[in-house]
Design a protein. Structure first.
Length: 378
């Protein structure tokens, strides 16, 4: 028999939904058959599968070890009773003493990926400063990404998380390009994930970036246009660009979003985009720029500035060849110089996330960024 005590991140869902996660290789018909035969029970009683789980509930699975391993796809020890009120296999090693392969990829990522900085952490949230060169999430199964590193980091201080990962996994909530550095928001709990996902989707968070672009920009502006993506080249193009003046006060002040402004143009099948920027310093043919990403589409900052004739230095996809050769030769820069430097939270009502209300989180610029900025006297 295997017993599972429902934790905070598993509560609130239907029993049958939980069982699909806990026994991923079992089909729906089999699970309902096991419920009818009381081979799976809830708090020691027969269950229909439609019950909403609450924290502290106990789910008992009366399977042999072989059956349990077949439907979970993992090798674990199976206890004799649920009297202890916790999974019989809460450890991170199997009976033979081998490391649990389910957690090994997270532990491997935690060992291999270097330079990741924890900016903020509480029970629900984890904010990280990602170096350039690290994927935010896997592109291929064999990849090692920040998402795996984050789970590996959490495993270091929470042995019980290894068991919980079978039905709930913490996750990154916003994505940065591999070669863009800066703030990545992660949800440690189900409530934290739901909170961040909602606020990101609603564009309630203000996201600022630092970069150095080609050409000297002297005035703040807000630029608008339409973006389309070529899936074959993984490259975007900008069309129908509009520009309007923007003041420093306007740039840093409050914004009111209208949902219809940020949709897809039905006739052209292009995404509307809007980008705002303020020059922080300009000299010698370059500008140190602060950019606010208002809509948030793939490659938006890189392509939008390039379409204005001000590509980011080091950007070999959208950039200027002459400048890219220079910064590569002088500084070893082989990727776009773009850093997600700051995220500002709005006022948040009491409840999950209230601790973040009107707070600003910043990520220091990488050493290479600072070195290039100093050399260009920006």
């Amino acid at each position: 028999m295997q017993s599972v005590i429902i934790r905070k991140n598993q509560a609130g869902q239907r029993l049958d939904k939980f069982l699909h996660k806990y026994l991923p290789n079992a089909d729906t018909g089999f699970l309902y058959k096991m419920l009818r035969k009381k081979n799976i029970t809830l708090n020691g009683k027969k269950a229909a599968g439609s019950e909403k789980l609450e924290e502290g509930d106990c789910v008992d699975v009366f399977f042999s070890r072989e059956t349990f391993e077949k439907f979970t796809g993992r090798t674990e020890s199976v206890g004799k009773s649920a009297s202890a009120g916790r999974p019989a296999s809460a450890g991170r090693q199997n009976p033979a003493g081998k490391r649990d392969s389910f957690t090994s990829e997270y532990e491997r990522a935690y060992r291999l990926l270097k330079g990741i900085q924890v900016l903020y952490e509480d029970d629900d949230f984890l904010f990280l400063n990602k170096p350039a060169g690290i994927l935010t999430q896997k592109a291929k199964p064999e990849d090692c990404s920040l998402n795996e590193w984050m789970i590996g980091y959490l495993l270091q201080g929470n042995a019980g998380l290894a068991e919980e990962l079978h039905t709930f996994r913490p996750s990154v909530c916003n994505r940065l390009d591999r070669n863009t550095s800066g703030i990545v928001l992660c949800g440690k709990s189900l409530a934290g994930l739901q909170f961040l996902s909602r606020y990101i989707k609603e564009r309630s968070l203000r996201k600022f970036y630092h970069t150095i672009c080609v050409g000297e920009l002297r005035e703040a502006a807000r630029i608008q246009g339409y973006l389309s993506k070529d899936g074959k080249t993984n490259k975007v193009s900008i069309s129908g660009q509009r520009k309007k003046d923007d003041s420093r006060q306007d740039f840093l002040g409050e914004r009111v979003f209208r949902g219809q402004d940020y949709g897809r143009d039905r006739e052209s099948a292009q995404d509307y985009i809007e980008t705002s920027y303020v020059p922080l310093n300009a000299r010698g043919g370059y500008t140190y720029l602060e950019v606010e990403l208002i809509t948030g589409k793939p490659h938006q900052i890189r392509a939008h500035l390039a379409s204005m004739g001000h590509p980011l230095i080091g950007d070999f996809k959208y950039g200027e060849e002459k400048s890219n050769r220079r910064v590569k030769r002088e500084f070893g820069l082989q990727h776009q110089l773009l850093h997600a430097c700051r995220i500002v939270f709005p006022e948040i009502a009491p409840g999950v996330g209230a601790i973040l209300s009107r707070r600003t989180f910043t990520a220091p610029e990488p050493e290479l960024f600072l070195s290039i900025k100093a050399s260009l006297e920006l």
